[in-house]
Design a protein around this ligand. Structure first.
Ligand SMILES: C[S@@+](CC[C@H](N)C(=O)[O-])C[C@H]1O[C@@H](n2cnc3c(N)ncnc32)[C@H](O)[C@@H]1O
Length: 349
């Protein structure tokens, strides 16, 4: 897999910046799956390919998603050696029986230790992921999770409402009523408690699922949310260059076989103006700043802008959207219906 990834890096070296060789990478993001499983020789292969085809500097944000049970001093030294300066640690919960339900291979003590060890080893930019809307997550449990997070040396937190993915054990247990998932009301209450907690603990709610201390927003994800170009390397990775989107085949073996034997390994779609406008509205409405009407006009022109203004007006009246100078942003109530409100502002494709 590493050799195939290195080959794809070489093969697509002009995707982001064309042939210009002056460009510096703003961010590098190791996501997955579980990149924290990679060992020293894996990193050597990837970074050797990256350094042959890209430039970056100490200011480049290099994030690695890791599972707590993979965080050791040895791994932290390895990640730091390759310039990793931000960790996204998949904690999910600080309650052991919930981690068992989620079939996670770490417990709460290991999660706390992972964060503290990473900080002790000099990684200041640490984010943790938590999941709410879990079966049996009581209000006290959720408060306890947030209380524990508050006491840790973290500067960023991503909180996701549990989604039941098709073809997973969880979806089977839910379908066969072996597991009961909480009502929407309970999930909404947990989201509201999270937003209150963030406000009381100086975490800026800069995107629906993301909260950070000042200066610690995820640059990589913020680039997604402001429509910047990116290249995705590896199985099922997505890339975007402003006018088309492409995605690699998802199956590991098929990806390795196709890349190694120079066979087609991705599909692509050319984005229409309608596609681009709909995506613009969706990703920007999920951010704290919302949609900047001047930027929208500049990028899409009068017709799209007046369509947006006509559609969003109803939500302003219902206090689900607030207008701040040129920006239309979701209120707390609006955040609960972010995708529905965005969808209503879409144009037909
Ligand atoms: C790209 S995943 C990271 C993959 C990670 N190795 C893992 O084990 O989930 C990013 C985050 O998505 C969240 N996540 C994973 N499965 C989820 C689910 N079914 N519902 C909600 N969030 C989920 C977790 O918080 C996870 O840390």
């Amino acid at each position: 897999m590493m050799d195939a990834i290195a080959k794809e890096i070489e093969h697509r070296k002009n995707y982001l910046f064309g042939t210009a060789d002056t460009n510096i990478l703003d961010t590098i993001y190791f996501g997955g799956g579980t990149p924290s499983l990679l060992n020293a020789s894996d990193f050597e292969i990837i970074f050797a390919a990256l350094s042959l085809n890209y430039k970056w500097n100490p200011d480049t944000e290099i994030t690695l998603e890791c599972n707590p049970d993979d965080v050791t001093e040895e791994k932290l030294m390895l990640w730091k050696k390759y310039g990793v300066n931000r960790l996204s640690i998949g904690v999910q919960s600080f309650i052991d029986n919930h981690l068992l339900t989620m079939n996670r291979s770490h417990n709460a003590a290991m999660a706390i230790h992972a964060v503290e060890l990473a900080n002790k080893c000099g990684i200041e930019n640490i984010s943790i992921d938590l999941i709410y809307g879990l079966p049996d997550l009581s209000p006290a449990d959720w408060q306890a999770n947030l209380k524990t997070a508050e006491q840790l040396p973290i500067n960023h937190i991503s909180c996701y409402a549990l989604t039941i993915e098709e073809r997973t054990a969880l979806s089977h247990f839910v379908k066969t009523k072996k597991i009961n998932i909480p009502t929407d009301e309970i999930v909404i209450t947990q989201f509201k408690e999270l937003v209150d907690w963030a406000m009381n603990n100086n975490f800026d709610h800069y995107e629906i699922s993301n909260f950070c201390r000042v200066g610690f927003h995820s640059r990589h994800n913020s680039n997604y949310w402001s429509g910047k170009n990116y290249i995705g390397i590896g199985p099922s990775a997505h890339s975007y260059n402003g006018h088309s989107r492409q995605w690699n085949i998802a199956n590991n073996n098929a990806y390795i076989d196709s890349v190694t034997n120079s066979k087609p390994y991705f599909e692509a779609e050319t984005l229409t103006q309608e596609n681009k406008y709909n995506e613009y509205v969706m990703i920007h409405l999920r951010t704290k700043a919302g949609v900047d009407i001047l930027q929208l006009q500049q990028q899409f022109g009068k017709e799209y802008t007046s369509h947006f203004e006509k559609k969003i007006a109803a939500y302003v009246t219902q206090n689900q959207v607030v207008v701040m100078q040129n920006n239309y942003a979701l209120t707390m109530e609006g955040k609960l219906f972010a995708d529905a409100i965005a969808g209503d502002c879409f144009v037909e494709v």
